[in-house]
Every structure is written in C-alpha cells, then in structure tokens.
Design a binder for this molecule. Sequence first.
Ligand code: FAD
Length: 531
Amino acid sequence: MVIGSGIAGLSFALKAARTRRVLIITKKEQAESNTNYAQGGIASVISPDDSFGLHIKDTLDCGAGLCHTDAVEQIVKNGPALIDELIDLGVRFSREHGRLDLGREGGHVRKRIVHAKDLTGKEIERALLHQISVNKNIRVFEHHSAIDLITEHNITKSKRIANRHCYGAYVYDEKSKKILTVISGVTVLCTGGIGQVYLHTTNPVIATGDGIAMAYRSGCLIGNMEFVQFHPTSLYEAAGDKYSPQSFLISEALRGAGAILKTRSGREFMQKYDKRKSLAPRDIVARAIDNEMKKSGDKYVYLDATGIALKKLKSEFPNIYEKCYSVGINISREFIPVVPAAHYGCGGIVSDLNGKTSIKNLFVLGEAAMTGVHGANRLASNSLLEALVYADKAGMICSNPSIKFRKPNQLKIPDWDSSGTENAEEWVLISQNRTEIKQIMFNYVGIVRSNLRLNRALRRIQLIMNETEVFYKKTKVNRELLELRNMAQISYLIIRSALMRKESRGLHYSTDYPDKNRKYLHDTIISNKTV
Ligand SMILES: Cc1cc2nc3c(=O)[nH]c(=O)nc-3n(C[C@H](O)[C@H](O)[C@H](O)COP(=O)(O)OP(=O)(O)OC[C@H]3O[C@@H](n4cnc5c(N)ncnc54)[C@H](O)[C@@H]3O)c2cc1C
C-alpha cells in the first residue's frame, strides 16, 4: 500500500508494480499534492559546465553542516538517469534548440533546474498519473485518508518498539464514511509536507503532516522537525482578516531571471544581507524580508520584475504572470507584493538510504522523510529529485520477487473499534483549534524564534493536543478531525525539536543563540516511547 499520490508515491508505485500489486490511497483527488504546485523544477547535473561535485557542494553549503554526505551524493549522482526516465514516461520538459532548458535558482552556482515552464509539478503529475491509469497492477482509491498504522501494538497490544513491523493501516473512506482495515506486505508513506500547520503557506490543504504524525504515534523515529523552510516570496493577498488557505508562490526562478527585492519605498535591500543579493539561499532571503518588514511595519515587500522583457515573462512564467494579472497586477509594469510563507519541512520520518524507517516493512519517501539530504536547509529544487531517487531505491527493493515481506494472520488484526463514539455537534471546536494552531505556529514558531516564544507555543499546543485527543476518543472519525489531531502533533514535534536545538543553524534561527558559535552538530531525533 502506498499512502499518497504525489511524485514519491506515483513513481514508487510504477516501480513496485513491475512484480507486485499496488494499492494507492490518497486523501483527495489523485492530483492534489504539493507536487502538483511545484513550479521551478528538478535540480540535476545536465550542463557540460556543471559537475556532481559542484551540485554536492551547493547542497552541503546550503544544509549548514547537517547534511548526510552519502545521501546527498546518492541523489546528485542518480539524478540525470532519473530525469531521462521521466522523459521516457512522457514528461515534457521545456527545451531550447532541442536541449533541456536549464534554469538557475538561489544557492546553485550553475544552471541546473530542469523544468516545464513554471508548471513543472503539474506536468510530472499528469504524466505519472497517465502511466498509473494504464497499469493493470495499480489501483487508486481517492478520498481515502489513512488514520493510523497497524503494528504489533494493535494485534498483541505489545508496547515494545524494538523489532516492530507495519502490517498496513486503518483507512477512512470519505464517501462511505467507513473505516477499512488495509493489510499490506509493505506500507509506504508518501504523505508529503506539513505547511498547513502555519497560517501562511504555499502548501495545499492536504499538507497536514499525516504520515509523520502516524509514524510518530507508532513509535517511529522522527528527525529535524525544527527546520521549516519559509519561501521568501509568496504573493501577498489579504481581504480584511481573511487569509488564503494556500498562498500563491512566486518562484525563485523569477529572481533567477533578474527580478529584484525592494522595500515598499522602492529601495533595494538584499545587498545589506548577502553578497548574492536576491539570489542568496532562501533562509537568508526570508530572514532579510522578515527584518525589513519588522523595521518598517510593512505587511509585505516588493519583487520588481519590470526589468524582465514582457515576452520572456509571458513565455517562461505564464502561471505567475496570469495569477498576478488576475488580481490586478501587471508584473511587466508593476511591482509584486510578497511575504514569506511556510513552504517545506526538511525534517520527518527518519529513513535510511533506501527509504526504510525504524519500523520493519514501513518505508517513507518524499517530503515526509528525513533522509539527511537537506540537513538544516533544503537547496531549491532538490526535493523533487530526492523523492525520485528514494522512490527508485525503495522500488528496486520492493519489486525484488525474492524478498518476502512478513504478513500476519489476517484474522488476528482487529477491525477499527468505533464503539462509544458519536457524531459531533460542536464542529466549531475543530475549526477554532485549527485556526489557533496556525496562528500560534506562524507567530511564535516562524522564521525568527526565541525560547520564550517557543515555550509559550508549547504550552498552548499541548492544551490543544489534549483537548483534541479527548474529542477524538468520543467522536466518529472524519477527515477534518483526523487532520486536526495530526496538525497538533506535528506542531508539538516542531516546537520540541526547536527547543532541543540550542543554537542558530540553517532554517532554525533563535534570538537566544544569535551567534554562529554552533555546538550541536547532530540531528534532533524524537520518538514516542509511550506507544
Ligand atoms: C508551491 C510549491 C512549489 C514547489 N516547487 C518546487 C520545485 O520547483 N522544485 C522542488 O524540488 N520542489 C518544489 N516544491 C516541493 C515539492 O513540490 C514537494 O516537496 C514534493 O512535491 C513532495 O512530494 P511528495 O510526493 O513527497 O508529497 P506530495 O506531492 O505532497 O503528495 C502527498 C500525497 O499524500 C496524500 N496524503 C496526505 N495525507 C494523507 C492521508 N492521511 N491519507 C491518504 N493520503 C494522504 C496527499 O493527498 C497527496 O496525494 C514545491 C512545493 C510547493 C508547495
């Protein structure tokens, strides 16, 4: 069973289906995923003036000392072959004079971003979903949400975590409102990111960290949750107090093409923060914008793309051009108002070089994983690459017919027990708690942190967690409630990890440890020993 239908889940499923039957379950429509919104592209060494060494160095530099070198080398060296494979599967990347057109993004010293205009993710989803639809070994269940993993603790009630296996998951079918017991030789979590725990995020509404929360509840190791990447430039759109559940991303590629950050008074400011100016890595740009906004009291800064030719804007950034135009901004003549928004979770379920987790027969791929590739900060466009490479590695293992996966006697697995639960009357509790979590996380656990704010956030999140757990135990399951429970747990994990890291590093910046005197050169690992 594959849980999730983004790039990680789909590319893994196609490989595993060479020898196995695969069920993909996915929370909403099959294309709805972070993957579908990826704009910039996939980083890979294609250009003759580029090298694996340079891509590896850029990734390690950005990761601020925490990347696992073996994991970085693995994604970089396997990239070109997997780009070729995507092309063979029907992905239509942009080309110039017949060759792949390579973009450049922040932190990359060479042009190496393979893209499909500024709609790369959508094109990848389209091609992979088409391949899935014609593959007889793969079935897709839309509108099915995984609730919890099935391990020994459901069967024998054993609390022992060592030597634990995953046998599948309990899955909520949104249409029939039934809970299925799905038993599987291998379970692969491809559930994507955590952006929705923040008020402003570029992630779609599915990104509530479900896979990470489920794995944590089952006793899996979770790592580096404090490293949340804020994309420096999302379109600022506000109508009174109302915010959009998903902020529109203004891709870094626009800065790569020459767009410049300016204050609301029209002054350039990035030269004060980094010699790479507007093309500095994302954490530096996001903190610079945060600082300029705090100094001026402005709610946004500007991105000036007026120096880029209209023809280029329309041909290379059609999505951004049209979105801005639809809200009354002609980006060839007017500046774009932008704010930072939560974009990517570098941490997640700890995985080895093949996507294996600390629970047997449970794999994790894509954004839900902590492979060590991104360290304390992800280099732009390395995440689609990471998902592809790890899906390939796990796919090779799972499609190997000589490997047998342990299945329990199906009769011993108990079905979901919903006795004693009722339909909730107080739905306002869910929406109120969801909004509170998002505000607490954005205001206290955002780009710049302090122990005072983190402890304050922890107290409030623990209260919400406890309230939600009580509500959950007496209420019939539905997607909103499952998401709220997971969001509270993800927030808790981010705050706990942030409090454990007593230094500023990469994406974690604390005013209590502002100096660069870094002492804690290790991953922050948390496990739920109470399962
Ligand atoms: C706006 C935007 C732009 C980006 N641009 C780039 C870029 O240019 N280059 C790059 O490398 N990266 C980019 N990223 C990051 C990248 O898109 C993601 O990291 C990557 O797509 C994650 O893929 P995934 O398969 O791990 O997860 P996703 O694509 O997010 O898929 C997760 C899947 O899991 C399903 N799911 C979640 N919970 C459950 C549950 N409980 N039960 C069942 N199903 C569930 C979801 O419905 C979804 O199908 C961007 C991200 C965003 C949001």
